[in-house]
Design a protein around this ligand. Structure first.
Ligand code: 13P
Length: 249
């Protein structure tokens, strides 16, 4: 049995007050939600979010971190800092980090290893851009992202890895991969992992889909047999929508 997971990536949204309100609205309505439920607020609100979710099933993740554990990296945040405020999960490799902040698969391999050194769970994002899909190169791209960023890991490390397939053309565009497209890619991802690590790792890693998931399309996507949940952007900013998606898993 794979763990079902719904994670909300808040990106650069919500001030301190809005964070408290959204968490309170979520906390009040968590009944009938299955699996793990994770929110990833901006760095400035992590400590507050950890405090507000104490004792609840809602988990708090960071949206990024640096690969070094300390040093002269102005503006960056390190794994021990996250650990010191009880943040135990980090999103790495989001397409916005790759596109706007030039994160490479090589840097991501280092970030993943550092996160694991600090016993954190990693939500590793990857996916093709539109031109790659149009040219039929989406499988190749995804395989390369996995190989370069994750295939240096030992098999045992995969217990801490959650994959999030996010086709870049579906992020924030309102255009979702069809349930069939999502299933096709998730099955392919499992096959690529199986050929490197064997069926046990491939069949136990949770693979989330991300890209314009909303209450109206969540159930169809989550019904696919290799889709284990979702990484939600825009719809995670409204408690009602995020909870409706969480209940669709
Ligand atoms: P949207 O759900 O807004 O398309 O964003 C998806 C995403 O990037 C989650 O990380």
């Amino acid at each position: 049995m794979r763990t079902k997971i719904i994670a909300g990536n808040w990106k650069m949204n919500n001030d301190k007050k809005a964070t408290a309100i959204l968490i309170e609205q979520l906390e009040e309505n968590l009944q009938n939600t299955n699996g793990r439920l994770i929110i990833a607020p901006p760095f400035t609100h992590l400590e507050q979010s950890v405090a507000l979710t104490k004792g609840s099933k809602l988990e708090v993740a960071a949206q990024n971190m640096h690969q070094a554990i300390s040093g002269a990296f102005t503006g960056e945040i390190a794994a021990p800092m996250l650990q010191s405020i009880n943040v135990r999960t980090v999103i790495l490799g989001h397409s916005e980090r790759r596109t706007y902040f030039n994160e490479t698969n090589h840097a991501l391999a280092e970030k993943v290893q550092t996160a694991l050194d600090y016993d954190m769970d990693v939500i590793f994002c990857f996916g093709e851009v539109l031109s790659e899909r149009k040219e039929g190169k989406h499988f190749e791209t995804v395989k390369q992202q996995l190989e370069e960023a994750l295939f240096g890991l030992e098999a045992a490390a995969w217990k801490k890895i959650i994959l999030a397939y996010e086709p870049v053309w579906a992020i924030g565009t309102g255009e979702t991969a069809s349930p069939e497209q999502a299933q096709e890619m998730h099955a392919y991802i499992r096959q690529v992992i199986a050929s490197k690590y064997g069926a046990q790792v491939a069949n136990t890693v949770s693979i989330l889909y991300g890209g314009s998931v909303k209450p109206s399309n969540a159930a169809d996507i989550f019904q696919q047999k290799d889709v284990d949940g979702g990484l939600i952007g825009g719809a995670a900013l409204k408690a009602e929508d995020f909870l409706a998606i969480a209940k669709a898993i």
